[in-house]
Ligand binder design. Structure first.
Ligand SMILES: Cc1cc2nc3c(=O)[nH]c(=O)nc-3n(C[C@H](O)[C@H](O)[C@H](O)COP(=O)(O)O)c2cc1C
Length: 213
């Protein structure tokens, strides 16, 4: 039953992606109206209800679902469309445990069946001062993966790595990353074993119009 629900969600997300890929440039705007509105409603709901999940059941994540998450990540915008990233999928129990270590937050790693490490690929990044755009590019991919995970019924948490040198060194060593592959963050994920309320972060005082007041 649970698997059926998940398959339906994977199918629904596939249809949404397919609708974007095949429908958005259609010549008949009327025929796209309902699809577009539905996609917008789903997108806003997904964005507003996502929250970090740090406890997981032992249910495995299927290869199809992993591919959908990666497709969502790679759909993110990047500066000059360079896509200067590399995604390391970690689904080996021993490797995830090693990444989690035995520190303050190790429990969530030990529960998680899937970690996606989002890395910048310095051989694909812009040259010169624009090189630092890789952080924004990979952050956009990370948020896409978090949102896709939520839409597919998974829970996930972004754990920061770069620019903390010690974390970069640790993840690089465990995963055997070459020097030009820099881990930005590790998304620790799985099917949720908790259901925290999304935080209300709306603060009008953080906004101004046409300048800083
Ligand atoms: C750059 C970055 C680094 C983060 N690092 C961690 C982390 O190491 N451990 C953790 O549990 N959460 C981490 N988080 C998740 C934040 O704690 C979380 O997003 C924030 O508390 C807001 O909660 P929400 O995601 O439920 O909206 C990180 C988030 C970002 C964007």
């Amino acid at each position: 039953m649970k698997n059926k629900g998940k398959s339906l969600k994977v199918m629904a997300l596939s249809l949404i992606v397919a609708a974007f890929m095949t429908g958005c440039n259609c010549n008949n705007p009327d025929s796209n109206m309902s699809v577009d509105n539905e996609v917008k409603d789903n997108a806003i709901e997904t964005i507003m209800t996502r929250t970090s999940i740090r406890s997981f059941t032992d249910r495995a994540v299927s290869a199809d679902t992993v591919e959908m998450l990666l497709r969502a990540g790679m759909a993110a915008p990047t500066a000059v469309n360079l896509q200067p990233w590399h995604f390391v999928v970690v689904n080996d129990r021993a490797k995830i445990d090693e990444l989690g270590g035995n520190g303050r937050q190790s429990q969530m790693w030990h529960e998680s069946p899937l970690v996606i490490v989002v890395c910048g690929n310095m051989e694909k990044a812009m040259e010169g001062v624009g090189q630092a755009f890789w952080v924004q590019d990979c952050s956009a991919a990370t948020e896409n993966i978090l949102l896709a995970a939520h839409a597919l019924g998974l829970g996930a948490v972004w754990t920061g790595c770069y620019p903390i040198e010690e974390r970069v060194a640790n993840i690089s060593q465990v995963l055997g990353l070459p020097e030009h592959i820099v881990p930005l963050c590790a998304i620790v994920m799985g099917y949720p074993n908790e259901s925290p309320q999304p935080k209300d972060k709306w603060k009008p005082e953080n906004v101004s119009y046409n300048g800083f007041e």
